[in-house]
Design a protein around this ligand. Structure first.
Ligand SMILES: [Zn+2]
Length: 153
């Protein structure tokens, strides 16, 4: 369910039945889809299989098509290279947040070597989330929100 599909031109909010039109642009819907790791075009289909969250098999595997609208996620070979920039930005944001947090709250209590170890551990634990989120954000940037389109690759 996407919030943008349920708000019409007069700002009436539908709770049960989906109206048969969709707004042409809905940036909030795209952002929510990206955070939830859903299809950027329809906001319904999953980008990743959530059943294997803790298994190593399929750790970085992405679905090929949206199960709802049929959009192919990887539009061309190397399409997701751009997600590396998003991944870099997420890692920088994590580093700055962790470093500022350390110097503000923990500098006098703990040695900087502990900080480095804890930071590396947290980064290692977040590798999968950062990888997936960077691809999701990249798709959000590159694909228009058009929930009315179906089966067009
Ligand atoms: Zn879709």
């Amino acid at each position: 369910m996407n919030i943008c599909s349920f708000i019409d031109k007069e700002n009436k909010v539908y709770s049960e039945e989906k109206p048969n039109f969709a707004p042409k642009k809905c940036y909030m819907g795209k952002v929510i889809s990206a955070v939830k790791m859903k299809c950027p075009r329809c906001g319904e289909g999953e980008l990743y299989d959530r059943s294997n969250l803790f298994s190593f098999k399929g750790f970085f595997k992405m679905k090929e098509h949206c199960s709802n609208c049929g959009m192919k996620y990887e539009k061309e070979v190397g399409f997701f290279y751009g997600a590396m920039y998003i991944s870099y930005m997420l890692n920088i944001a994590l580093f700055v947040t962790a470093t500022v947090g350390y110097y503000l709250f923990f500098e006098e209590k703990y040695d900087w070597r502990y900080y480095i170890m804890v930071y590396l551990l947290i980064t290692f634990m977040l590798v999968r989330w950062i990888y997936r989120m960077s691809r999701s954000i990249w798709l959000m940037i590159m694909v228009a929100y058009e929930p009315e389109k179906r089966d067009i690759i």
